[in-house]
Ligand binder design. Structure first.
Ligand SMILES: Nc1ncnc2c1ncn2[C@@H]1O[C@H](COP(=O)(O)OP(=O)(O)OP(=O)(O)O)[C@@H](O)[C@H]1O
Length: 231
């Protein structure tokens, strides 16, 4: 049987401290190459769930498996390396290095991931291909990322997530700063690239209008229960 891109089972996590936010997720899976939009209100735990899926925080119990590897079985350093190899992350604020050239920003994940580097081959050529396919202007590779428009920075963040074809792309509200028309173009470009790479996509948002383009739309409260932990 092929391994799921992502599989959560009996997961429990709580932020430390009195009255900390806690969540449980009995089961959730994402197939290889599948796209899922996870809808939830502000403060409902979307970013917390993504942090668990990316291995930025570890579950208190249960399993979070990415491509068949249980993140809980990895030590912190190994988890960081595993994330760099297997997950392309698009953050809400893009997290680009503003003074770094576009090329340096896109190539950054490859520094920490030898397998991904191997899959790319000629990394500068691949970064240039992604820029062109994502509609960035010619010659953008040498421009400091901080000089680009918000929409252009977002495309650079997408290229950085996609380079080396990680099996899972995780995106945290990446369209929140864009108007409806630009959002649509962005999703079109993202899906064209992820289809080509065979990557699964998990995007969280509070915006249900994005739903049409995804294989499945799920409400966070249907897969996750939340509470404030007892003191
Ligand atoms: N680093 C942290 N330390 C302690 N508690 C945290 C931390 N991050 C989030 N929380 C708690 O988890 C709750 C859920 O936050 P989270 O960021 O996961 O929600 P969200 O759905 O992504 O919200 P938004 O859409 O506003 O980004 C918050 O109310 C907060 O109390």
């Amino acid at each position: 049987m092929t391994k799921a891109a992502l599989e959560l089972s009996d997961v429990r996590f709580s932020w430390p401290g009195k009255g900390g936010f806690a969540l449980t997720c009995p089961t959730f899976a994402l197939g290889q190459g599948e796209s899922v939009l996870l809808l939830g209100e502000s403060g409902s735990g979307k970013s917390t769930l993504l942090s668990l899926i990316c291995g930025i925080v570890a579950a208190d119990q249960g399993e979070v498996q990415v491509s068949g590897t249980d993140l809980g079985k990895l030590r912190v350093g190994a988890r960081d390396r595993f994330r760099a190899e297997n997950i392309g992350v698009i953050f809400q604020q893009f997290n680009l290095l503003p003074y770094g050239r576009v090329a340096d920003n896109i190539l950054l994940p490859l520094r920490f991931s030898p397998e991904r580097r191997k899959r790319v081959g000629d990394s500068s050529a691949e970064a240039a291909r992604l820029c062109a396919d994502l509609g960035l202007p010619d010659g953008v590779m040498n421009t400091p990322a901080g000089r680009l428009s918000v929409g252009q920075q977002q495309r650079v963040a997408v290229a950085r997530a996609l380079i080396g074809r990680p099996p899972l792309i995780v995106a945290d509200e990446p369209t929140s700063a864009l108007d409806a028309a630009t959002q649509d173009t962005f999703l079109e470009l993202l899906f064209r690239q992820t289809r080509e790479a065979g990557s699964a996509v998990l995007m969280v948002s509070h915006d249900e209008r994005l739903g049409d383009r995804f294989d499945r739309v799920i409400r966070l409260e249907d897969i996750v229960k939340t509470e404030r932990a007892a003191a």
